[in-house]
Design a protein around this ligand. Structure first.
Ligand SMILES: [Zn+2]
Length: 689
């Protein structure tokens, strides 16, 4: 479970702030704000007790426009832009410095091949030909099954990065096993949709119909550009097929339930349990014929999708495959493909007017393909030892605060408490960068072949995953790169990763007062620790096995507190016609709730009985809560916000910032009184932990 949704494909252009301006911005903020809180963001016309998020961020929101190439803009994005800019400079340095054949050279060549737009234009759609020919050669359902297997990729991750979406029919995730966490085990997940949620296909509102129409236009445009005849008719048939796939899929709420996901299927049983697809051919195509058993995440979807392979016409499946080959490769094809794709994923789905500059897309793609190779360079240059030391101290203090909170719980039985503390001690916490790096020696990068490089990168990643099925788990492996602005809890590895790139303002500043650091990154650290014990964490024992270690009574109490939080978030309405889904976002809301509370305790403990320094009229308490609400400072375009409400397991930023209302300390810090919008009577404040 991570902190923010995975970046969507907002590919793009033009930037409101130049990299230099951004660097300057953070430097001035540093010099002017010893406490770390951005005073200029505060809107004094908003009352903290009515809307604390607006109070903390209102002036910033009034003066800030979302850059044309972004769907969301805020601290995360500004930091991300800084990380992108640094990464670009690092990569460009490699071009001059690195030896041919070295890992750094692969990074440089991968990047340069994508940046060579004239070279990409000159080839036109030709690089697609081999893929489209392979689809055209499918002559029956047997060869269809084989090609569906060949297209399987390791592109989903339901637990660490909570990515449930693949446009291939299925997705593979190789991770520690639910019942044997010492060995890598293959998990299979549902897929098959071009729009990243089944709700878009099943929805009947005008908004949904607009997205559906835009998708059909895009599919037709992509087919036409690839020289495929009858594009409009074929686009309609693809949409109809995907609507059937959407109906057969399981919802995101069901998909988050790990107990429902624990379905061990022997390879030879797929034909019986999910008849329709020629599974022998599929597994041969996927190079999985030697693997004897799998965990099937959404069994009813596997039955449903397999049945569709049998019932729907071969030609429709072939067109569907052809489109997804084009869609997948579009970023490395000529501009007409890139622009058509952006029209849908950027504009229609996220409301973003402009594409990101090519260099930013190049940085993102290079990070996807060679993330650890880039990260090694990044961490060496941009993660000073003093930042690591300070972050380690905070983790130690927040972990200690958790231990105390567990001891102090009145409702939890001693048996469950002991197990919780055992798990807390077992946590592997990675800070900044991994101790073990990925080996790219067998990954071939060909300069001047952006198309082939992308395909080889995904095949390399797929092979790397398939090859380790059955092998011993490396618990110190990371699931995020050092240059990622995010943080993650790895429930099967009992591990946390805090990448170097998030250990920076507005989350962290080694020079700022502790009130700021605990309110911002401290709450993030507490958030990730909380996932070790939340509704999903409760499902994994000290070894990372799927085994609920809570007593029945304790778990019932925990779920009851959770339901209070569900109701609190269900009441938030970002738009008149849609509310936050309190159940879909529950795990993350518990993590915010407990993360903030544990950071607050740890900060108090760190003061050692001394008063916190005040700063520019703000008490320590006020700095703490403002730092928290400002860490969620962001503006999001409406289309993107609506998309996140459907697809994201996190609540919108605004409501994450309001989590403060469940903490007693916030009421005193801002003199919040009954009758104010956010006021909760002491008994109504949710304290899950
Ligand atoms: Zn989380």
């Amino acid at each position: 479970m991570h902190l923010l949704p995975a970046p969507r494909p907002f590919m793009t252009k033009h930037l409101l702030l130049s990299a230099a301006a951004v660097a300057l911005l953070s430097l001035t903020a540093r010099a002017d704000a010893p406490s770390g809180v951005d005073i200029s963001a505060i809107d004094k016309s908003a009352k903290p007790g009515d809307d604390f998020y607006l109070y903390a961020n209102g002036s910033w929101m009034k003066r800030t426009e979302i850059p044309a190439d972004q769907a969301r803009w805020g601290g995360f994005n500004i930091l991300n832009l800084e990380a992108q800019t640094r990464t670009r400079n690092l990569i460009e340095d490699q071009v001059k410095a690195s030896a041919p054949g070295s890992e750094a050279r692969k990074v440089a060549d991968y990047y340069a091949s994508f940046m060579d737009q004239p070279g990409i234009e000159a080839k036109g759609a030709a690089p697609l030909k081999a893929d489209l020919d392979a689809v055209a050669a499918i002559s029956d359902k047997k060869s269809l099954a084989r090609v569906l297997g060949e297209s399987l990729r390791a592109d989903v991750d339901p637990l660490n990065n909570t990515n449930f979406q693949t446009e291939n029919l299925f997705g593979l995730w190789v991770a520690p096993g639910f019942s044997d966490s010492d060995h890598y085990t293959p998990y299979l997940l549902q897929g098959g949709l071009g729009i990243p949620s089944r709700d878009y296909y099943l929805g009947t509102s005008d908004k949904m119909k607009t997205v559906q129409a835009a998708y059909k236009s895009y599919v037709a445009a992509a087919l036409k550009q690839a020289g495929i005849a009858d594009a409009d008719k074929k686009a309609a048939s693809i949409f109809d097929l995907e609507t059937k796939i959407a109906k057969a899929q399981e919802s995101i709420v069901d998909s988050q339930d790990v107990v429902k996901a624990n379905n061990v299927w022997a390879r030879i049983d797929f034909t019986k349990k999910a008849p329709g697809l020629d599974w022998d051919q599929f597994f041969q195509g996927a190079r999985l014929s030697q693997v004897n058993s799998f965990i099937v995440w959404q069994p009813s979807a596997f039955a449903g999708l397999s049945k569709l392979v049998a019932s729907e016409p071969l030609d429709v499946w072939k067109t569907w495959l052809a489109f997804h080959r084009i869609n997948y490769s579009a970023p490395v094809l000529p501009k007409v493909f890139v622009d058509a794709r952006f029209e849908f994923y950027g504009k229609a789905l996220s409301g973003t007017p402009k594409q990101q500059d090519r260099w930013k897309r190049a940085v993102n793609l290079t990070n996807d393909a060679l993330g650890d190779a880039v990260g090694k360079l990044y961490a060496a240059k941009y993660f000073p030892p003093e930042a690591k030391a300070k972050a380690q101290t905070m983790v130690k203090n927040i972990t200690a605060a958790w231990a105390k909170r567990i001891d102090a719980l009145t409702w939890m039985t001693p048996a469950t408490k002991a197990k919780a503390k055992e798990k807390l001690l077992a946590l592997y916490v990675g800070i900044g960068y991994p101790e073990v790096w990925r080996d790219y020696s067998s990954f071939q990068v060909v300069k001047g072949d952006a198309f082939g490089n992308l395909a080889r990168a995904d095949q390399f990643e797929y092979r790397r995953n398939v090859d380790r099925i059955g092998k011993t788990v490396e618990r110190r492996e990371w699931s995020m790169t050092p240059q990622t602005v995010n943080a993650v809890n790895l429930p099967l590895q009992i591990g946390l990763n805090f990448p170097a790139a998030i250990l920076d303002r507005p989350f962290f500043d080694a020079k700022a007062y502790d009130a700021f650091n605990y309110g911002a990154i401290g709450a993030v650290i507490g958030h990730e620790i909380s996932h070790t014990f939340d509704d999903q964490g409760a499902a994994f024992d000290v070894k990372g096995r799927l085994h609920n270690w809570w007593t029945k009574e304790d778990f019932a109490h925990f779920q009851q507190s959770g339901q209070k939080l569900v109701a609190q978030y269900n009441a938030y309405k970002p738009f008149p016609d849609v509310a936050v889904n309190g159940q879909q976002t529950l795990g993350e809301n518990i993590a915010d709730n407990a993360g903030l509370a544990s950071a607050y305790d740890a900060w108090h403990a760190s003061l050692g009985g001394k008063p916190a320094p005040s700063d520019r009229g703000l008490s320590g308490e006020q700095q703490f809560f403002l730092a928290y609400a400002q860490s969620w400072q962001a503006k999001t375009r409406e289309a993107a916000a609506r998309q996140r409400l459907l697809t994201d397991v996190h609540a919108p930023d605004h409501y994450r910032g309001l989590e403060v209302r469940n903490l007693d300390g916030w009421y005193q810090a801002f003199d919040v009184k009954p009758g104010q919008t956010l006021y909760l009577a002491p008994g109504d404040r949710v304290h899950v932990w």
